[in-house]
Design a protein around this ligand. Structure first.
Ligand SMILES: C[S@@+](CC[C@H](N)C(=O)[O-])C[C@H]1O[C@@H](n2cnc3c(N)ncnc32)[C@H](O)[C@@H]1O
Length: 324
């Protein structure tokens, strides 16, 4: 382990401070502490490269004994309980599943010719595969079922708020490690991935309700890589449906060469391609920000940017363009 390794890890945690600050001041403080702690940086450098990111470390701590109250507690727990933290980090992955992201997908999905087959890559527990089963509130305009969870979205730029949810004929997810929304351990992990802060309670309630929706009407979740399993997912499409390959908050976790192969594969298919990802993750959606992936997402259809959205949902700023 070199000083360069430690510097690189510290830089990732410093970038995360800015990302977390608006919604989780505690995580911003904890990440800032990690960036300045040689002991914690050395602990992280002893983990495989893909297992060092702030989201994963902080979720593991929260999963085991709740979020540390401050940097001193985090440091103490890494020092005294590092083996358990390491085991959790190694056994788990960043799989935050946020159904509120459907609030950014719905205006696009509702404009496509239905019925739809949804193929979500990087689906986690599949909770974004139910855009038709959730209710929405776009600046006070209600859409969809009234007896389900309510996803609130603040908008600007003339979002084409639909009058109804689309018809979904098939729900198929692909994930390296699909989580089971009915499994208590997986649900606890999903809850631990929610950042503590002013909106945590609302997010946890949403997660629980969405998991119940998913449990009532299970999606088909395929285990494996998004490029490798795409043909299997396509085979399961409902006859006569419009097939939508979609993903939210997935491509930053996918190595660049796989991302490029995925983009090439999807572009050559008779499908619609709906993404909600950081700028530049999908070709044609801008430049990758120099200071980290996580501050704002771009909603794109067939590589055309249509809107900007808050990473965990709740805000949608429409750009010029029609979603058809
Ligand atoms: C941050 S989560 C997002 C989950 C969900 N899309 C959402 O927005 O709520 C990213 C998911 O992508 C999955 N993932 C990462 N790389 C993948 C790959 N190469 N193939 C399939 N899934 C992948 C992870 O396992 C994880 O569940």
């Amino acid at each position: 382990m070199t000083d360069e390794d430690l510097d690189r890890i510290a830089r990732g945690y410093r970038e995360f401070v800015a990302e977390a600050q608006p919604t989780s001041p505690l995580y911003a403080e904890l990440a800032g502490h990690v960036a300045g702690s040689e002991r914690v940086l050395r602990f992280l450098a002893g983990l495989p490269v893909g297992k060092r990111q702030p989201n994963l470390l902080l979720a593991a701590l929260q999963f085991l004994d709740g979020a540390p109250a401050d940097g001193a507690e985090l440091e103490r727990r890494i020092t005294e309980d590092g083996d358990r933290v390491r085991a959790t980090v190694l056994a788990r992955a960043t799989q935050t599943n946020e159904p509120a992201r459907c609030g950014a997908l719905l205006p696009v999905l509702a404009r496509l010719a239905g019925p739809l087959t949804l193929i979500e890559v990087g689906a986690s527990a599949g909770l974004c595969l139910y855009p038709d089963r959730y209710g929405y509130d776009y600046d006070g305009v209600q859409v969809g079922p009234t007896d389900s969870l309510r996803i609130r979205v603040e908008t600007s730029g003339g979002v084409p708020v639909p009058s109804a949810v689309p018809e979904v004929a098939a729900r198929i997810g692909i994930d390296l490690n699909p989580l089971d929304p009915t499994d208590p351990g997986d649900r606890d992990w999903l809850r631990a991935l929610v950042w503590p802060g002013p909106v945590a309670e609302e997010r946890l309630a949403r997660l629980d309700t969405a998991a119940e929706v998913a449990a009532r009407e299970p999606a088909t979740l395929l285990a494996g890589d998004l490029v490798d399993r795409l043909p299997d997912a396509l085979d399961l499409a409902a006859p006569g449906s419009t097939v939508v390959v979609m993903h939210t908050a997935v491509l930053p976790y996918v190595p660049g060469d796989v991302r490029a192969r995925f983009a090439e594969a999807v572009a050559g298919l008779p499908v619609r391609w709906l993404a909600q990802e950081p700028p530049g993750a999908v070709p044609g959606t801008g430049e990758r920000p120099a200071d980290g992936w996580g501050k704002e997402f771009v909603v794109s259809l067939d590589r055309r940017p249509l809107a900007r959205s808050a990473p965990h949902g709740g805000r949608l700023d429409w750009l010029d363009g029609d979603p058809r």
